[in-house]
Ligand binder design. Structure first.
Ligand SMILES: Cc1cc2nc3c(=O)[nH]c(=O)nc-3n(C[C@H](O)[C@H](O)[C@H](O)COP(=O)(O)OP(=O)(O)OC[C@H]3O[C@@H](n4cnc5c(N)ncnc54)[C@H](O)[C@@H]3O)c2cc1C
Length: 669
């Protein structure tokens, strides 16, 4: 391979970094073994020429993009099969290939088979009986059948009880008869549903013995296993082009008198017996398991989005020169403009904090699922509340962060070859799917208001909300000294007060005679603000705990950098909610100015290591797929190369000239 010529500005940044990027990369990957696994996976997937794109995919039509992506998705599936056969298909591999950065490197606009792995298989695992798992899982793992998860309808997404698809049990034939009673009942959105899946878990309203029983999941065959033609009674297709996730083949589905055997209802939590007797679930919250699993994974994905966009924008900002600061000096690297630093560095810090928090939550989830298996559901509400608000905050902040990074690259950030449009499309989708963000915050808030009442009654709360106990006892926040510990404590105090206000708003509305539900709706702004602060207080605490712990385990040089990252994250987070801080904590003008100056100081301290930090995320050029963010920093060359691939530039004169422009121009002659 010819030696890569590195842009001198970028090389200078690398030469003057104060820590070892490899050490950070190993930490970022989760340890030496995981680092090696990551490298091996990259070699296996990114060095395969069959998985490369000859033409930037933004030039493909919707149909071409689907066909192109399906081909690659099958090649990935083939490789996953091989990894499985060798026993090397750990959960991290699936994460990397389906939600994570490696998958996005190969299939920038998403994978039409992803839903099969991330929803269809986990739903059978979470909601199928042992016998059903035996029947369906081996076929699903081997991809003999391809499934999706069809819950959302044209008319309803959030409000599940509003779903209209219905399944009526016919005891004579021991079958369910599934129907889409109206246009608004059409399933809408499921990934891979359009033309990829031949099976789906369809969520429908269950009726047995003529009585309504609530929602239940059914495995439905959608397409013939040989011809792939839609099965009788199935009306199916792709919903069309979208902001992002353009290759996911999101689909629609109508069902007309579709009959499935009794055993196709997933019955781990609730059952229908052959005669139609309905056995209700012991605990309805058990179905939360799969949703929590996916939300926990999403938190880590948002960190990857920020890592990618901050890498692209930081490298570009080291290479791009614009506008002398001192009129007598040459143009500086744009990263030397203080306001540019404020756009970039908080995104780097957030990537690190979301990653460490995401890892922590992932571990909590694993402990919890073990407890649930043992029948212990004590911590389920706490974990559900936490995963909801963190999913909402991390996805919203990540989408905003990607956009900030794009803006920081000026005009070139607007080009598809920067990869920002695709990263943004993929990231902002997370704000909507797996629980729309506002709805997620409201779910968390419902829990917070409940535990606030318990705290008022003197009950000791579980760890993630125990700070509310303290705030109920102490009405004022005594010692804000600006230390990182006190910023974390202050966040908790502010969050507890936001929860108090939400609680009081609901109570006062109830006293005015409103029902609990109407009171909650009227207090919605207070509730979402309380959940937002609760999530941010958790992130602050988690950032502090995780980064202080890691700093004690790494070299002093890296520890110094991580301390600056932590300080930047906390000070920036505090200033972004300064109104709330001023409201509940006795801060003076001088205190706030000190925080603002500290923010500036953190930016200055991080400046020499900014490029090294993003290098440490160790994102392969194929993962970044950006003319602005390539490792070698040869930005203008890469932009030009990408423009040369533009099919419009393949011919000197476009036929449109002869057909339209010339007649138009000559018309007056
Ligand atoms: C890229 C993408 C992929 C998807 N993949 C799948 C899939 O594979 N399978 C599947 O089944 N679905 C899928 N979905 C659908 C997704 O789960 C829903 O879009 C999501 O749950 C939101 O529901 P909705 O679209 O009905 O929005 P709505 O619920 O109609 O929300 C619209 C607005 O109403 C507000 N709102 C709704 N309810 C409340 C409330 N109680 N209180 C306050 N405000 C409220 C929301 O905050 C929002 O502002 C996907 C969606 C997207 C965008």
């Amino acid at each position: 391979m010819p030696e890569q010529k590195i842009n001198p500005d970028l090389q200078k940044e690398r030469n003057t970094a104060t820590f070892n990027t490899h050490e950070f990369s190993v930490f970022w990957a989760g340890g030496e073994d995981k680092y090696k696994e990551k490298k091996a996976l990259e070699k296996m997937f990114l060095e395969d020429p069959a998985l490369e794109d000859d033409l930037p995919i933004s030039y493909l039509s919707h149909k071409e993009l689907y066909e192109h992506s399906l081909r690659k998705a099958c090649l990935i599936g083939e490789k996953i099969r091989k990894l499985r056969a060798d026993g090397e298909d750990g959960v991290d591999t699936y994460n990397a290939l389906l939600g994570g950065s490696l998958g996005a490197a190969i299939l920038k606009e998403g994978n039409p088979l992803a839903l099969h792995y991330v929803m269809f298989v986990p739903t059978i695992m979470g909601q199928g009986t042992m016998d059903q798992q035996v029947e369906w899982l081996s076929k699903a793992w081997d991809c003999e059948i391809i499934g999706t998860y069809a819950q959302t309808e044209l008319g309803h997404g959030t409000f599940l009880r509003g779903l209209e698809t219905r399944a009526d049990y016919d005891a004579n034939t021991q079958e369910f008869v599934i129907n889409t009673p109206s246009l608004s009942a059409y399933k809408w959105w499921p990934g891979g549903l359009g033309h990829t899946a031949n099976h789906a878990v369809v969520v429908a309203q269950l009726y047995t013995k003529g009585e309504f029983r609530g929602l239940a999941p059914f495995i439905v065959q959608l397409r013939h296993s040989e011809t792939h033609e839609p099965m009788p009674g199935i009306d199916i297709g792709d919903i069309g082009t979208k902001l992002g996730m353009k290759a996911v083949n999101n689909g629609y589905l109508g069902l007309k008198n579709v009959r499935v055997p009794l055993n196709n209802m997933l019955m781990k939590n609730q059952q229908v017996l052959a005669d139609g007797t309905y056995v209700a679930p012991k605990n309805t919250v058990l179905t939360y398991g799969t949703m929590m699993f996916v939300r926990c994974a999403l938190i880590r994905d948002t960190a990857q989005s920020l890592a990618k966009s901050s890498t692209i924008a930081t490298r570009y900002s080291a290479v791009r020169r614009q506008s002398p600061i001192d009129p007598n000096q040459p143009e500086p690297q744009i990263m030397d403009h203080t306001t540019q630093q404020l756009k970039l560095f908080p995104q780097i810090a957030k990537a690190i904090v979301f990653k460490t928090t995401g890892d922590g939550i992932w571990n909590m989830y694993n402990v919890l699922s073990g407890e649930i298996e043992q029948g212990n559901l004590d911590r389920l509400p706490e974990m559900h509340a936490l995963s909801c608000c963190l999913k909402a905050i991390c996805s919203a902040d990540a989408a905003a962060g990607v956009e900030t990074c794009r803006l920081s690259c000026g005009g070139h950030g607007y080009m598809d070859c920067s990869n920002f449009p695709t990263i943004y499309g993929m990231t902002t989708a997370v704000c909507t799917y797996e629980g729309e963000n506002t709805v997620m915050l409201l779910q968390t808030a419902r829990y917070l208001v409940k535990v606030y009442g318990q705290a008022l009654n003197g009950e000791q709360l579980v760890p993630t909300v125990a700070y509310i106990n303290d705030a109920v006892k102490a009405k004022t926040f005594a010692n804000f000294d600006g230390s990182l510990e006190s910023i974390v404590k202050a966040f908790q105090f502010v969050a507890a007060n936001k929860v108090r206000i939400a609680y009081e708003q609901i109570e006062s509305r109830r006293k005015q005679g409103h029902s609990t539900e109407v009171s909650a709706n009227l207090s919605g702004i207070f509730l979402t603000a309380a959940a937002d602060l609760h999530g941010r207080a958790f992130l602050a605490q988690s950032a502090y705990t995780e980064l202080v712990t890691v700093s004690g385990q790494v070299s002093p040089a890296l520890a110094d950098v991580l301390k600056v990252v932590l300080e930047l994250y906390l000070v920036d987070a505090c200033l972004s909610r300064i109104g709330d801080f001023l409201r509940f904590i006795d801060l003076t003008d001088e205190d706030v100015t000190k925080l603002e100056v500290r923010l500036e100081t953190c930016l200055k301290k991080l400046r020499p290591n900014a490029v090294a930090l993003v290098d440490s995320f160790d994102l392969h050029d194929r993962v970044l797929d950006s003319a602005l963010g390539a490792y070698d920093g040869n930005v203008y060359e890469h932009i030009f190369e990408s423009t040369k691939k533009n099919p419009l530039n393949k011919e000197p004169v476009n036929k449109g000239f002869h057909k339209y422009l010339k007649p138009f121009m000559k018309a007056h002659l």
